[in-house]
Design a protein around this ligand. Structure first.
Ligand SMILES: [Zn+2]
Length: 82
């Protein structure tokens, strides 16, 4: 039983670290607590929020590194580099 708790602790810890890396800290905690090791798989499938930025023109979600906003078509590559 104690071994199970230790493993569970490290699984949740992995979810926290992994989730934080993707900007999904809360999801990492919740999914690994609910599902254990399967929760890590769920976190792996979540989009990396650190790759999503706000377009300064339309305030919609844009992918980091893209040259144009997919919502309004504005050129945003220069803004992202700064
Ligand atoms: Zn836009």
């Amino acid at each position: 039983m104690e071994l199970y708790l230790v493993i569970y602790f490290f699984v949740v810890l992995t979810g926290i670290v992994y989730g934080a890396e993707k900007g999904q800290l809360a999801s990492g905690i919740v999914w690994t607590i609910l599902l254990g090791p399967l929760g890590i798989l769920v976190v792996a499938l979540l989009p990396n929020l650190k790759d999503i930025i706000k377009c300064p023109f339309c305030k919609g979600d844009a992918v980091r590194g893209a040259s144009k906003c997919k919502n309004c078509g504005s050129s945003i590559s220069v803004i992202m580099d700064s």
